[in-house]
Design a protein around this ligand. Sequence first.
Ligand SMILES: *Cc1c(COP(=O)(O)O)cnc(C)c1O
Length: 506
Amino acid sequence: MTSLQEAFDPDQFRQSAHQVVDFLADMLGDSQSGTQEKVLPWADPQSALEEIQRWAAEARPDSSSDLANGLAGDRALQLFQKTFSRSIRLHHPHFMGHQISPTLPVASLAGFVSDYLNNGMGVYEMGIAGTTMERFVVQAAARQFGMGDGADGFLTSGGTLGNLTAMLAARSIKAPGDVWVDGNQQLLAVLVSDQAHYCIDRAARVMGWGKDGVILVPTDAAFKMRTDQLDSCLEQAATNGRKVIAVVGSACSTATGSFDDLVAIGEFCRHNDLWFHVDGAHGAAASFSSKYKRRVAGIELADSVTMDFHKMLLTPALATALVFKEAKHSQCAFTQQADYLWDEESGSRSGNTEYYDLARRTFECTKTMTSLKVFSILAIHGAEIFDANVTRLFDLSQSFASLLETADDFELALQPKANIVCYRYVPEHLKTIDDEQDSAENEVAVDDLNRRLRTKLAADGKFYIVQTKLNGRHWLRSTISNPLTDDEHFLALLQEIRDVANELVN
Ligand SMILES: *Cc1c(COP(=O)(O)O)cnc(C)c1O
């Protein structure tokens, strides 16, 4: 057997796959039984790099290492076990950090199968199942948003790319002239709240609009866009020679999980003939929750919506839907010709509105079979599991907020509207008192304490939380992502924070 034949050996594959699945199932069990101590097995970048260089050496059969004498399958298992040992664990109930979902087991398996199949998806014949599943998934999302049968869209690689693609479509429809052919003929801009995700700013700059291509609408005390300011922002833009083509509503914002008033933005856009895009990368998933879907009321008015399945919908990253209320708009982001990819007879040259041949509409050419991951969840568990998960995460976040409010030594930044909670630790001796001088010093000390707390928590690895700046002050931030997290884990986190703070002071 040649080394290639050996590497493709079906029996080896079967054996190592079984071993790997057994291992992952054990880890899933450990994360639930509380026997897995760390959520983040921290290592500094230099020592982590040295470590993985050792792994590479040990995984070779001719290595002198004792570990390396087993079969290829055993060596694969060992390699993946080591990988696990240095990876953050999203299934751990103490994972309360950035916005990403623990993967549902069936969706992990879908990932495994789709990586085996490796269908390229750019054209229909390179992914028949994947392409048609993608349509199914996008239509399920559109229905959830309350859009009619006329909606259409596609899956793409992340909210960032989804938002850029939506802005490209908005430009092609609302900008004067043919920008795709002639370039920007006029200074363009988009209105977003000052809490919008940085990718909107990036999209504007990528499109050549410069830093003034994004006009920031101020937010209120709950970090929601002040829609009463939209008119004056629009006027100001015109005075500065900028043509505004779109408004982006955040549903929800990244830092605090605040939902903009989509009904108000939708009406403003209709009135002023502007494109209405909803950046629902994180929060559009609320539309699956019967209890919380009112958070995104007005989403059905949007011309386009971005929604990540990998943030609250249990799907492996990256899995993002970009949905257009009008199917024909989903063809507009890229209007250049790439004729060798498409069948002339299907009419691809002029106004083809067929959904297949996805690369016409997506930034990607070769694309992963993301749809299988979402489709497998929908087919096997039904949309009910999305409802159950979002509802559970939002409920849990309110429960966490109540615990923070009851604790004398913690402050809650604002009532959570999604599964994002911002808070800080304020021990008795740093509480703000009346004397102005003292309170300014205390603020600095509280910010500093919370910053150091967060760093030490990450290094200890027993809990994972992140941080953010709100109005110039430092806050701890948790995205409640694991539906198996519970109040006891929140209480344990608060105690851990107190203990770590004591260690830092002493
Ligand atoms: C996470 C997020 C994004 C970026 O999405 P990715 O999938 O990480 O590229 C964009 N907008 C908002 C509001 C987000 O929360």
